[in-house]
Ligand binder design. Structure first.
Ligand SMILES: Cc1ncc(COP(=O)(O)O)c(C=O)c1O
Length: 368
């Protein structure tokens, strides 16, 4: 359980609860590390989707925010946040129009790994008489977006910088494959590889007469190593604000540092060794983690597995000798905080064991 639990009896479950003191410590820890390392922090707000938290991140020294989607960026810009990286390719007339509008109220950078996408952005830039700032996305092992580091990306960037409506201001990578790793050394190796891959590409471009300003890396597990590998200028961690099972199994955060928990009530005991709670996939999502069984960690019951979810029911497999009573409230650390948050309009906030103003998930569901 969170240290002070006086609030639990006031909850209507299932409840997603954020401990504001843990949240604050998480925000400060990463902000301090970035500051000490001389690296700009541009947190990914896909995790919290909250204007209030984004503003706290800026207050603690972030230079701006990262979003995945235009819709998230629109919400942030409408709240006055004026330096936004949309780390996503913007494709199609409708989206280009929206980007053009957004560029009137905020300094916006977008990303791509593709010449055709860059051409569309360049045409937008020409039509606005304003060059579109662009990061080129490079693959460092996730195998999602991105050409390979080195010659392959350098060749692409050389083509893209020739487009008249574009300014290539950075190169970026997301080392999401770190979530298959565990422990300090494995995660550090991923951090080293992402940094060195980008710096090598930047150097190659320099030799070709092309200066790239920003070298942007991003994931919560690799953000722990900020400052260890020279050349990185910017980091974009997201999940560090809340933490989840993914952070625990990679050794990035402890259970005690996880600021977001689900509270659920025992509502059934239909069979031996089976207990039902009132949190299902609409609360927890169906995200799994290969290194941890079930749909989340039962904080006080290490032997109990949350083994099955339907929409509103969660089935716990309970070993012999462990008693859970009808009406009892259990605490769960979810597998993936970002997707959980996106299911909820607002989160219950607690501080020092007392319920505080809720956290609104302002950009909830902004997937376009
Ligand atoms: C492009 C990009 N940057 C940064 C992040 C943040 O990574 P994490 O969730 O590990 O904090 C993500 C997460 O998916 C991402 O896709």
């Amino acid at each position: 359980m969170l240290q002070q639990r006086g609030f639990v009896e006031q909850l209507d479950t299932p409840a997603v609860v954020v401990d504001l003191d843990l949240l604050d410590a998480n925000l400060r820890r990463t902000a301090d590390l970035a500051r000490k390392s001389g690296i700009k922090l541009r947190p990914h707000i896909k995790t919290h989707k909250s204007i209030w938290i984004a503003k706290k991140q800026l207050e603690y020294g972030s230079v701006g925010v990262t979003t995945a989607k235009l819709g998230e960026a629109e919400v942030m810009a409408a709240a006055g946040i004026d330096d936004i990286l949309i780390a996503y390719p913007i494709v199609g007339k409708k989206k280009l129009e929206r980007l053009g509008n957004l560029m009137k109220s905020a300094k916006v950078t977008v990303s791509t790994d593709n010449y055709e996408v860059a051409k569309g952005l360049s045409d937008l830039g020409l039509s606005l008489s304003q060059r579109v700032a662009l990061y080129i996305d490079i693959n460092t092992g996730l195998n999602r977006m991105g050409k390979e580091p080195g010659e392959e990306s350098a060749d692409l960037i050389e083509q893209i910088v020739a487009l008249p409506g574009i300014e290539v201001t950075g190169i970026m990578t997301h080392s999401g494959h770190v979530y298959g790793k565990s422990g300090h050394d494995e995660c550090r190796a991923v951090a080293q590889h992402e940094a060195e891959s980008l710096v090598r590409t930047q150097q190659l471009l320099r030799e070709r007469g092309i200066e790239i300003r920003e070298v942007s890396v991003g994931s919560t597990p690799t953000a722990k190593f900020l400052g260890e590998f020279p050349g990185v200028t910017e980091a974009r961690p997201g999940a560090y604000v809340y933490g989840d099972v993914s952070q625990i199994v990679t050794g990035t955060m402890t259970r005690e540092q996880c600021a977001l928990r689900i509270y659920a009530t025992v509502v059934g005991k239909p069979r031996a060794n089976t207990v039902v709670i009132d949190a299902g996939s609409k609360t927890l999502t169906t995200d799994v983690n290969p290194a941890s069984p079930g749909y989340g960690i039962l904080v006080d019951y290490p032997g109990v597995i949350l083994e099955r979810l339907s929409e509103e029911h969660g089935n716990l497999r309970v070993p012999d000798g462990v008693e859970l009573e009808i009406g009892q409230v259990v605490e769960i650390i979810p597998n993936h905080c970002c997707t959980v948050v996106n299911l909820h309009d607002q989160l219950t906030a607690v501080s020092q064991g007392t319920i505080a103003d809720p956290i609104r998930v302002d950009a909830r569901g902004k997937i376009t």
